[in-house]
Write a protein that binds this ligand. Structure first.
Ligand code: FES
Ligand code: FES
Length: 939
């Protein structure tokens, strides 16, 4: 290996470095010398997380090879822009304007914005957008608009038109921070590049830490005939190649779900596959070596002998009559949930004045966090196997890991690393268990960072869905009956089955009142990625069918799209799909809030459409439940010696703002004793230190953890209260031997129920949230390309606790919906295994004319009137886009995503008088046969 010595001017100082010019990238060198503010996401020039300024220009340092660098080149990294004590205006603006969610992209964006403002101190918003586009800066969390807001605000300070104070969060005079834009306390480390994410921790682990690489065979369905590790074990630096036979315990990850109509109630998934490959991305071996590079080089030498099997890429293929069972002994369709509400729909459809029907497909959407999966494991000073990872459910993962590896759960500790987002994909323990097993086998600390491709192969995805459905209306346009056969493809493993099967029947038809429904939710396997949680889990699939039918029906009746939804929105007392009243009835008001924008957009589209560029407006309505059934959250609150408090919880923070959320809840609950926000200390997301607060999922955290904080606060306040109404100090509490630490809890056990296995009825969640969307699009009739020009939304999630967090979920969620509608897919395992290949939206794909209006209807059971947040924003927005395409060019896209070539083909077919649409999906038996079978077999 020939090395080169170089002098580089980094952040104003000349530094000597030694590198391998043929191999090293500038990013790798910067990170090696400790400047880990320069992040690596894609590592191939697609995301801008590694942006630095080189001799005045922004470069993506992951693709800047050291052999092309000159001595004394001038480099500015995020660490050279500002420090926590001396923030640059851009960094402050990023904190104040919601530029930081997970914060993984923040250093790259801030560096890029800094370079822009060095060249042009007065850019227009569009110039800012074009700059970030040109430099490939990708943010998956924020929906981009807050980043433009932040850049514009920073420019005002830099031009001397505003002071730093004016772009810094200021507490309101009444001292109440609940409901304000209280910024995330963890944002400071993120905007200065000082926050260590998983791979940064991996680089900084003590000497002796081994680095892992994974072996993923090139197959989607095959028997494993042999794994030869001999050559790999001879490679330099290799300590061991771990295969299934080395794993202590069962080598099986238990996945349990109870459902009366399931063909399997406990599924065991291999940690490392040894008999069979079930999907592309299965791992058969882990190579442990002194360095990451050595481990990767050796992983390429592991050879796997395979006997290839037929590959079922879709659930309908896996349900064809001659398909083999993907998991021996379990049918490829393994669970079913019926929904029967009101009268039998058959007679109603016979006589209904208006009927629309169709078959709809929603795609295998990849989560695409900018940070790939990354984790460490080691034995801590109390002899616990300790795993640091991106987990969204640290206690559940601790318990699963312990069971799979044959350990006492008390001897396993799971800690959430600062996380570059996951959007749901970190609900599985399947990656943390890799490092846990390796640390046990090797008896050494280990670190693993998957490449972006490996991360995409290995991680779960949003499950595709295949739906046949029809809707009937009476002569006044009121919905009278719905039928659906909704099949969701869980891929190779039944992760989150219990939750998904429930979502299958809840949301087709939400938020309307439909008196008579006959529906089936079916889950089945394929040889594609397994399904995992993704924001608004299970509902975008449902709305893909129902919000298409709703639009088709409005057109059929000749009624306005918004008005048709308005007259069918549920009214107080009317029931939802699962036959219980909604918790709140504000959909009509939300549609009224949207109406003026809709009228304007309709007028604008009519005026500005041309034969080449046609414009259209689409509406969609929906929502999601906040919280889960039979759910419990616990927290602890402690009064500190200095008069402040410490909150202990496991509100996992994937970037959504668990830090600020915890603070605003505690601050609000403890207003009687006048605690200041800076007196609230956070101890979070470490099973050795905090009680179980449940998963960061299902829009439950703000609601559940908030209510548990209220409980703990009330216990603490009661203990502190004196007879005269004043409160004891810490010293007085200690002197009187009164406890200073209290556990609070909240549960939905007793207030929610599961589905009835025969009817689907049930009260599944403690609160409802509602969302409406309007999208205005332009379709290029030659290329078929759709551009979303504007997006407006009116939503109701109750009283808002922390506006930056809510807006972050709103803009971010809606931007994913635009991607889901137009570009995102993971159908080709290799081509779609990068951010660009999978269709991640750039800043120019997301409109800047993008607004949310909030109706804050206080929720009776919510903490301070709040409910949830996240899932409210990513459930139906994609259908506003799809409906807008229809409005623009008169073609309906039944199978997502609506890529240009699909729209072009549909337009060409339309010219010939043909409508392109899928045939009715077939799932091995017909809807009627399945319904009859269920009715004949009550559970
Ligand atoms: Fe360098 Fe993505 S562009 S890490
Ligand atoms: Fe931009 Fe998370 S804040 S990727």
């Amino acid at each position: 290996m020939a090395l080169r010595k170089m002098w580089l001017n980094i952040n104003g100082a000349e530094r000597i470095i030694v590198c391998n010019p043929e191999v090293d990238s500038l990013a790798a060198v910067l990170r090696r010398i400790g400047l880990t503010g320069t992040k690596i996401g894609c590592n191939c020039g697609q995301c801008g997380a590694c942006s630095v300024i080189l001799n005045g220009d922004v470069v993506r340092s992951c693709i800047k090879k050291m052999k092309t660098m000159q001595d004394y080149a001038k480099i500015t990294t995020i660490e050279g822009i500002g420090t926590p004590e001396n923030l640059h205006p851009i960094q402050m603006a990023w904190i104040t304007y919601g530029g930081v969610q997970c914060g993984f992209c923040s250093p790259g964006f801030i560096v890029s914005a800094y370079a822009l403002l060095q060249k042009n101190l007065s850019p227009s918003r569009q110039e800012v957008r074009e700059w970030f586009y040109k430099h490939r800066n990708i943010c998956r969390c924020t929906g981009y608009k807050p980043l433009v807001d932040a850049t514009m605000a920073a420019a005002e300070v830099m031009r001397g038109e505003k002071t730093m104070g004016e772009i810094t969060y200021r507490e309101p005079e009444n001292g109440r921070i609940y409901g304000t834009a209280y910024p995330k306390p963890t944002a400071l480390a993120k905007v200065t590049g000082l926050c260590d994410f998983g791979d940064d921790i991996g680089i900084k682990m003590p000497p002796g830490t081994l680095h892992l690489a994974v072996v993923i065979p090139d197959a989607a369905h095959a028997y494993i005939k042999g794994i030869d590790v001999a050559d790999a074990e001879k490679m330099p630096g290799v300590v061991k190649v771990i295969t299934a036979k080395d794993i202590p315990g069962s080598n099986l990850i238990p996945q349990g779900f109870s459902h009366a109509r399931s063909k399997v109630d406990r599924f065991l998934r291999p940690i490392l596959c040894d008999k069979k490959i079930f999907r592309y991305g299965d791992i058969v071996a882990l190579v442990a070596a002194r360095t990451k590079e050595e481990a990767r080089a050796a992983a390429r030498k592991v050879s796997v002998e395979l006997e290839k099997l037929p590959v079922y890429m879709t659930m309908p293929e896996a349900l064809s009559p001659d398909a083999m069972q993907i998991h021996e002994g379990i049918p490829n369709q393994y669970v079913i949930q019926p929904l029967f509400k009101g009268k039998d729909t058959e007679d109603i459809f016979k006589d209904a004045p208006y009927i629309v029907e169709g078959s709809f497909y929603s795609s295998r959407e990849p989560h695409l966090p900018v940070e790939p999966d990354t984790m460490q494991a080691y034995i801590d000073e109390e002899d616990r196997l300790t795993i640091q990872c991106k987990s969204q459910h640290i206690y559940a993962h601790r318990n699963v890991l312990a069971e799979a590896l044959g350990l006492d759960p008390e001897k396993v500790r799971v800690i959430e690393n600062p996380t570059g987002a996951s959007f749901g994909s970190a609900m599985t323990p399947s990656s943390p268990i890799l490092v846990a097993a390796a640390a046990l086998v090797l008896k050494k600390p280990v670190s693993l960072t998957l490449s972006y491709q490996e991360h995409t192969y290995f991680s779960g995805k949003r499950a595709p869905s295949y739906t046949n459905a029809r809707l009937a209306c009476d002569e006044n346009g009121k919905m009278i009956a719905l039928e659906f056969d909704h099949a969701v493809e869980m891929g190779a493993y039944p992760e989150m089955t219990g939750s998904m099967i429930s979502k299958c029947v809840r949301y087709i038809g939400y938020p309307y009142y439909i008196p008579n429904i006959k529906g089936l939710g079916r889950l089945g396997f394929s040889n594609a990625s397994y399904c995992i949680a993704y924001r608004a889990f299970g509902s975008p699939q449902a709305y893909t069918a129902s919000e298409a039918l709703v639009s088709m029906m409005a057109d059929k009746i000749g009624m306005d799209q918004l008005e048709f939804r308005r007259i069918n929105a549920a009214q107080p007392g009317e029931t939802n799909n699962t036959n219980v009243p909604y918790r709140c009835y504000t959909m009509k008001q939300l549609l009224d809030m949207l109406k003026p924008y809709y009228i304007d957009a309709k007028e604008r589209c009519a005026r500005l459409s041309t034969p080449e560029k046609k414009r259209g407006v689409g509406i969609a309505a929906g929502g999601y439940h906040a919280g889960l059934s039979n759910d419990t959250a616990k927290v602890e609150l402690e009064l500190n010696e200095d008069g402040g408090v410490t909150i202990y919880n496991s509100w996992e923070d994937q970037g959504q703002g668990a830090d600020a959320g915890s603070i605003v809840h505690v601050h609000e609950a403890l207003r009687p004793i006048g605690i200041k926000p800076e007196q609230i200390k956070l101890v979070m997301n470490d099973t050795a230190q905090v009680p179980p607060s449940g998963p960061a999922a299902g829009s439950r955290s703000h609601y559940m953890v908030g209510n548990a904080i209220l409980d703990a606060s009330s216990k603490l306040l009661n203990a502190m209260k004196k007879d005269d109404g004043t409160y004891r100090t810490y010293e007085e509490m200690v002197a009187e031997e009164i406890a200073t630490r209290y556990q609070g809890s909240f549960t939905t056990v007793g207030t929610t129920t599961a589905h009835d296995p025969n009817t689907g009825h049930g009260d599944l969640a403690p609160e409802d949230m509602f969302t409406t969307y309007m999208a205005e699009v332009e379709v290029d009739t030659k290329s078929g390309k759709t551009t979303v020009l504007s997006m407006k939304s009116a939503c109701d999630i109750g009283v808002i606790g922390q506006i930056l967090g809510v807006e972050g979920q709103a803009y971010g969620g809606a931007s994913h919906s635009i991607g889901f509608a137009l570009s995102e897919d993971y159908n080709d395992f290799k081509k779609h295994a990068s951010m660009v290949g999978a269709g991640i939206p750039s800043i120019l794909d997301i409109p800047d004319d993008f607004d949310f209006m909030f109706l804050e209807t206080p929720r009776k059971s919510g903490p301070h009137g709040s409910s949830g947040s996240s899932e409210c924003f990513q459930n139906n927005g994609h259908m506003a886009v799809i409906n807008a395409i229809y409005d623009a060019v008169g073609v309906r896209i039944y199978d997502l995503p609506a890529k240009p070539e699909k729209i072009k083909a549909a337009l060409e077919a339309k010219e010939k008088g043909i409508e392109l649409k899928p045939n009715k999906y077939f799932f091995g038996n017909s809807f009627e046969e399945m319904v009859a079978e269920i009715k004949a077999d009550p559970k």
